[in-house]
Write a protein that binds this ligand. Structure first.
Ligand SMILES: [Zn+2]
Length: 75
């Protein structure tokens, strides 16, 4: 006879259960974060450099170190 205590039986055998998450539930979040990632990469790599959606250099200055860190051409 064994009792379950915080996911482990008293006999010493760990009980590990991984819940199955359907792809249908993950897909909207995957698309959402992929779009956010692409927007972030755009602003770091090309905004106020190769292209410019916003006037001025504020965005360039905010992401300037990231641009150099990731190896995008800058100056
Ligand atoms: Zn630079």
């Amino acid at each position: 006879m064994s009792q379950a205590v915080a996911g482990q039986t008293l006999s010493g055998t760990p009980q590990l259960t991984v819940p199955a998450v359907p792809v249908r539930e993950i897909m909207p979040w995957l698309v959402f974060f992929a779009v956010l990632g692409m927007i972030a990469v755009y602003f770091v790599s090309a905004e106020q450099g190769a292209t410019s959606l916003f006037a001025g250099t504020n965005i360039h200055e905010w992401v300037h170190d990231g641009r150099h860190l990731l190896g995008f051409p800058c100056h």
